[in-house]
Write a protein that binds this ligand. Structure first.
Ligand SMILES: [Zn+2]
Length: 334
């Protein structure tokens, strides 16, 4: 029986009352992660025949460049853990100036989508990244003429790419190049071909970020000259993110994305508060690599930091989280 001692203060409110045991804390928990929140990014590589089926990305422990067959196995693992959505990035065998493998009927992503839909049907949502930088020999997201990155000439190629993904069976297409008018061009191409019900997840507020380093190693997509600052956003801008999101919605985006996630939680929140649409956030390769590296050094508690990061992203307003942690987090949630 508690008794009053003479140190006791007369407090009406004691917030700690609701934190006294795990069940109480769980009852008042405002943000709860579920494996259904996650989209697992995967790198599917062409021409792995005769080599190992999959190869770990050195700066991203646990993440692989892999063949379609190996990819299917990992998709099965995801599903068993409750992660029901993947986003596919393709690494083609041959690159050229126009990135023509991006829209090839038998391109690597198209093959992977067909195989995934054949194997799993409606039980797995297959999202495809629509961009050219993994497919062009210069590593930019649109064609180049005299050193200039051609915004409008890229539109038709992106639309062709998105359409080829839809034809292969993609459930959602996700244009990621951040150039002007992309979403509208893709929406029109999809609608013209009858794919009115294929949603667009637009990388609407994608920042020119140092956190993409490990991804470029994974996807072989480092620009051969210059950088992407003329199309991706300046990290110091927030109003501009709202304009970009608004434009994408006007052009037909169904889901809007903020990328990266952790340095841009304020952007996620502003977008969520301003527009009544699903907001996705991409917890990018660098954010992943930092946790892996620090944990390896013994400097942080891996699982705790991982869950705290993902919770923070959801709390900020993202209901969809693209993350390389999807499988590990799903295990902990279960
Ligand atoms: Zn790109």
């Amino acid at each position: 029986m508690p008794t009053r001692d003479d140190t006791q203060l007369d407090l009406i409110q004691r917030p700690r009352r609701l934190r006294m045991n795990p069940l109480l804390r769980s009852m008042v928990e405002e943000t709860r992660l579920s494996p259904r929140d996650f989209v697992y990014p995967m790198f599917i590589e062409e021409g792995r025949k005769g080599r190992k089926d999959r190869q770990e990305v050195p700066s991203m422990p646990g993440v692989y460049r892999q063949s379609v067959e190996a990819g299917l196995k990992e998709m099965e693992q995801c599903m068993a853990l409750g992660v029901r959505s993947v986003i596919l990035f393709g690494i083609p065998e041959h690159k050229d100036a126009l990135g023509s493998e991006a829209y090839a009927e038998k391109g690597i992503v198209q093959q992977a989508v067909r195989a995934a839909k054949k194997a799993f049907g409606p039980d797995l949502l297959v999202v495809t990244d629509v961009c050219l930088c993994e497919y062009t020999d210069h590593g930019h997201c649109a064609p180049i003429r005299d050193g200039e990155i051609l915004n409008d000439a890229g539109a038709a190629i992106h639309a062709k790419t998105a359409l080829s993904h839809a034809r292969a069976g993609a459930d959602i297409v996700a244009p990621s190049d951040m150039m002007d008018g992309r979403v509208g061009t893709i929406r029109e191409a999809l609608d013209t071909a009858g794919f009115v019900n294929v949603p667009i997840m637009a990388y609407s507020a994608k920042y020119a970020s140092g956190f993409y380093g490990p991804f470029r190693e994974a996807a072989d997509s480092t620009p051969q000259f210059g950088d992407r600052r003329s199309y991706q956003m300046d990290p110091s801008n927030s109003e501009e993110a709202l304009r970009e999101v608004q434009l994408d919605l006007e052009e037909g985006a169904d889901i809007v994305m903020v990328k990266p996630a952790l340095p841009y939680l304020d952007i996620i929140r502003r977008v969520k508060d301003t527009f009544a649409v699903p907001v996705a956030a991409y917890n990018v390769s660098g954010e992943y690599a930092i946790v892996k590296a620090a944990a390896k050094m013994g400097w942080i508690d891996h699982d705790r930091v991982m869950m705290e990061s993902l919770t923070g992203i959801k709390r900020a307003g993202a209901s969809i989280i693209l993350t390389y942690f999807a499988k590990e987090a799903a295990v902990l949630i279960k």
